[in-house]
Ligand binder design. Structure first.
Ligand code: SOE
Length: 389
């Protein structure tokens, strides 16, 4: 098979995982990485074992050896870089959220549609085998009519007031903070698994840590606050906590809690769907188990075992039962689907069913926007705009 060439823009925590996933594919060359300067790109390239460094993303786009761009920059740079990559005819894999706000997201979605290339957003939690199992079971009607969809996405890495991230700065993080960073994952997963759409939301947003002592340099996600770094106090207006009620187009009701200041919760994404016949519950920190709840018979736990999975989910499990698969494996599954689509030229009809695109990224921005509007309206129900309706 002809090898493909990829290049990456962006220095953060997630860049290493993009490269790791690509290396595991075995048939894609990592051509190089671009940064905000040649020096920073060279330092990062050395750390990550990448041969070539580019002073900026334009040089990377100009390299004919690169067919695929991974955009792992902070949110405020997504629009400019992804647009330029699409215009250069490159396939694009962008981190979530797709862009800083709804307007930029719409623009990227439209540009991707016209570009005729593959366009992917890293809603990577779709890549778990038991998420695909839950989706397949629901599609086959195993739960009966859906009644309630609930869950949370809770983290604690912003608990300490000395912790800071560009995500809290609206100029770099965009219109929302916790909602865009991790609420986006939960909403995407809830719609992907249920096959239903959220049509209305009622949101209560809150900033539990309204003043932070900001270090001179912005740390990466999950980095511990250093005691000695010079700091200044700044006011924070972005939400670090959110409670949202949901209405789905199939009549189901729902609720979700999002927070990044909740001690003890590391990467605690949970999703539960209850129907009239059965319930399913899945937890990101124990991703190899799917709980199946019943009313009139004993509950069960389906442990990830390729032999027991629905055919639609089996391809996402790579090890026999009892050999846990986790976050990097789910991420790799998403990247494998992305490259399968890229090898088909990004033809819409050839997209793997589980793969999230710029259309899903735009859809997600519509949801987050409705939550921001609901909070701004004092907690009133807001419809989620549906451009296809
Ligand atoms: C930080 O909150 C973060 O790294 C998110 O940005 C990722 O999308 C999530 O997968 C893990 O947490």
């Amino acid at each position: 098979m002809k090898r493909l060439g990829m290049g990456l823009v962006g220095p953060g925590f997630i860049a290493a995982h993009h490269l790791d996933a690509v290396r595991r594919l075995g048939d894609v060359d990592i051509v190089g990485i671009a940064g905000s300067s040649l020096e920073s790109a060279q330092a990062r390239a050395r750390d990550l074992g990448v041969e070539r460094a580019y002073a900026n993303y334009r040089e990377l786009l100009a390299d004919p050896a690169v067919q695929v761009i991974h955009n792992t920059t902070p949110n405020h740079l997504h629009r400019e870089i992804s647009l330029a990559a699409l215009q250069a005819g490159k396939h694009v894999i962008s981190d979530k959220p797709l862009a800083s706000n709804l307007e930029e997201s719409r623009e990227l979605h439209e540009a991707a549609r016209k570009a005729g290339v593959a366009h992917v957003v890293t809603f990577n939690y779709r890549g778990y085998p038991l998420i695909q199992q839950a989706r397949a079971m629901i599609a086959k009607g195993k739960l009966g009519a859906q009644v309630f969809v609930h869950g949370c996405y809770l983290q604690d890495w912003l608990t300490d007031e000395r912790a800071y991230s560009w995500r809290l700065d609206p100029k770099r993080g965009g219109a929302s903070s916790a909602l865009g960073d991790i609420g986006s994952h939960w909403c995407d997963l809830a719609e992907h698994v249920t096959g239903a759409r959220i049509v209305a939301v009622l949101a209560d947003l809150h900033t539990a840590v309204p003043v932070r002592e900001v270090p001179a340099a912005s740390p990466k996600a999950f980095a511990k606050a250093s005691k000695s770094a010079p700091r200044k106090k700044i006011k924070i207006a972005s939400e670090d906590l959110a409670s949202v009620l949901l209405r789905f187009d199939n009549g189901a009701r729902g609720c979700v809690t999002i927070g990044q200041v909740l001690p003890g919760h590391k990467n605690d994404l949970r999703l539960e769907v209850s129907g009239r016949e059965a319930s399913l519950a899945w937890r990101q920190e124990q991703p190899n188990d799917l709980w199946i709840g019943h009313h009139a018979q004993p509950n069960t736990v389906l442990t990830r075992d390729p032999a027991l999975l629905d055919p639609a989910a089996r391809g996402y499990a790579h090890l026999p039962a009892g050999h846990p698969e986790a976050w990097p494996d789910a991420f790799r599954n998403l990247i494998a689907d992305a490259y399968a689509w890229i090898r088909q030229g990004g033809a819409p009809a050839k997209k793997p069913a589980a793969l999230p695109t710029f259309a899903d990224g735009y859809r997600n921005s519509l949801l987050v926007d409705a939550m921001l509007r609901s909070h701004a309206a004092g907690g009133a129900w807001q419809d989620v705009e549906d451009p296809s309706a």
